[in-house]
Design a protein around this ligand. Structure first.
Ligand code: MG
Length: 365
C-alpha cells in the first residue's frame, strides 16, 4: 500500500510529461471596474471596484474567470491574485478534463480565498466547455430557456437620485431595492412614487431588533414587495425564525448563507437562500448549494457582486436552476471589457457560444 492510499488521498490528475503542452499556464491580474453611479449599501460606498481576472490555458484553449473579493471576509483582488499565483505551477500541470477533481483540489488549498477559488473554477468550467464544444450550462444538462428574469438593483441614495435611477431602470420589470439604513421608508416611497413594478428588498442585515424587523416587513408587504433578503444579522438565526412566523412574504438568506454546509441549519428560519459564486468558491460549489436548497424545499436565488460580464455570465449559466436571479453586477459598471449574458425584456439571455460564450467588447480586451 502506498503512503498516498494509506492517507486516503486520491492521486492528483497530473498530466504526463509528454502531454504537457507548451501553452499550459495560469495567469492572475487585477482589473479596475468603474461604476456608473456611486454604490451605497449598509456596508460601503464606492465609485470603483477592483476584481481578480484569471486565465487558464491548455491545448490551445483559454478559459477566463473572475472573482470579486469580499472585504468583509478579508479578501481583495490582490490577495486573490497571490493565491492564484501560488497554485499556478501545480494547476498548469493538471488535466483539466477531470475538472471536478481539479476544482475540489483548488477548494482545499486554503481556508479562505473564496473569490479567487471562484475565479479559477469559472476559468476551468470555461475551458472544459470549450474543449467539449458546448456552452457551460450544457455541462449540467440545463435548458437556457429556463433562465429567469433578473432584478435590477437600486442602491441607497437620496430620494431624488433614487427616482432618477428607477426611471433609468425602465427596461427591467422587477427591481431590487437596498434598505437597512435610517431612511427605509423614504427609499421605498421614492421608488413607489415613480413605479408600480414588483420590488424585492434587501436589508443587508440592517435591522438588529426582531420586532423592528417584523414592523418593517409588515409595512413592506403593503408596498408590493415580493420578498425580503437578510433582514437581520447573519448570526441571528433564532430571531429570524421569530420574524418569519410573523410576516407573510418569503425571507431569503444571503449573508447567512456562504457555502453548502450552511444551508441545512437555515431551513428552520428562512424560506430560501441566495447563492453567490464569489462567496461559495465557484460554480461547482454554487451548483451544490442550489441542489441542497432545493432538496430541503427552499426557494433558490442567484446573486452577484459588482463584477464584469465574465463572472455574471458564469453565474447566469447556472440560472436555469433557480427561482430568482439578481445578476445585474455588470450593468452597474461603465467599462466592461466583455459581453456575454444579455438582459432582454428583463430575462437573462445566455450567449450561444462554447464555454462562457464571452466576446471582447473593446479592441485588446
Ligand atoms: Mg443581499
Amino acid at each position: 500500500m502506498t503512503r498516498r492510499s494509506l492517507l486516503g488521498l486520491a492521486a492528483l490528475p497530473v498530466l504526463a510529461e509528454e502531454s504537457l503542452a507548451a501553452d499550459s499556464m495560469v495567469t492572475a491580474s487585477v482589473q479596475k471596474l468603474q461604476l456608473k453611479h456611486t454604490w451605497t449599501t449598509v456596508m460601503s460606498s464606492s465609485t470603483h471596484r477592483d476584481v481578480l481576472y484569471t486565465t487558464i490555458s491548455q491545448d490551445g484553449l483559454t478559459g477566463r474567470g473572475e472573482g470579486a473579493g469580499i472585504v468583509r471576509y478579508g479578501e481583495s483582488a490582490e490577495s486573490g491574485a497571490a493565491f492564484v499565483n501560488r497554485l499556478a505551477p501545480d494547476l498548469a500541470r493538471m488535466d483539466l478534463r477531470q475538472f471536478g477533481k481539479v476544482i475540489d483540489w483548488v477548494l482545499k488549498q486554503s481556508e479562505a480565498d473564496w473569490a479567487a477559488k471562484a475565479a479559477l473554477d469559472i476559468a476551468i468550467h470555461d475551458w472544459v466547455a470549450q474543449r467539449r464544444a458546448m456552452p457551460v450550462h450544457a455541462l449540467w444538462g440545463l435548458d437556457p430557456r429556463d433562465a429567469p428574469l433578473t432584478t435590477f438593483s437600486i442602491g441607497i441614495d437620496t430620494a431624488e437620485v433614487i427616482r432618477q435611477k428607477v426611471r433609468e431602470a425602465k427596461a427591467y420589470p422587477v427591481l431590487k431595492v437596498k434598505v437597512g439604513l435610517k431612511n427605509d421608508e423614504e427609499v421605498i416611497e421614492a421608488v413607489r412614487s415613480v413605479t408600480k413594478k414588483p420590488l424585492r428588498v434587501d436589508a443587508n442585515e440592517g435591522w438588529k431588533d426582531k420586532d423592528e424587523a417584523v414592523r418593517k416587513i409588515n409595512w413592506l408587504e403593503k408596498m408590493g414587495v415580493e420578498f425580503i433578503e437578510q433582514p437581520m444579522p447573519a448570526h441571528m438565526v433564532e430571531e429570524t425564525r421569530y420574524v418569519r412566523q410573523r410576516v407573510h412574504i418569503p425571507i431569503i438568506a444571503d449573508e447567512a448563507c456562504l457555502r453548502p454546509a450552511d444551508i441545512p441549519k437555515l431551513a428552520q428560519a428562512y424560506d430560501g437562500v441566495n447563492t453567490k459564486i464569489d462567496k461559495a468558491g465557484g460554480l461547482l460549489q454554487g451548483y451544490r448549494m442550489i441542489q441542497i436548497a432545493r432538496s430541503l424545499g427552499l426557494k433558490t436565488m442567484l446573486g452577484c457582486m459588482i463584477s464584469s460580464s465574465v463572472a455574471i455570465t458564469a453565474a447566469a449559466q447556472l440560472s436555469p436552476l433557480v427561482d430568482y436571479a439578481d445578476l445585474d453586477g455588470n450593468l452597474l459598471i461603465a467599462n466592461d471589457p466583455y459581453t456575454g449574458v444579455r438582459v432582454i425584456n428583463g430575462k437573462l439571455t445566455l450567449p450561444t457560444g462554447n464555454g462562457l460564450g464571452l466576446q471582447g467588447s473593446r479592441p485588446n480586451a
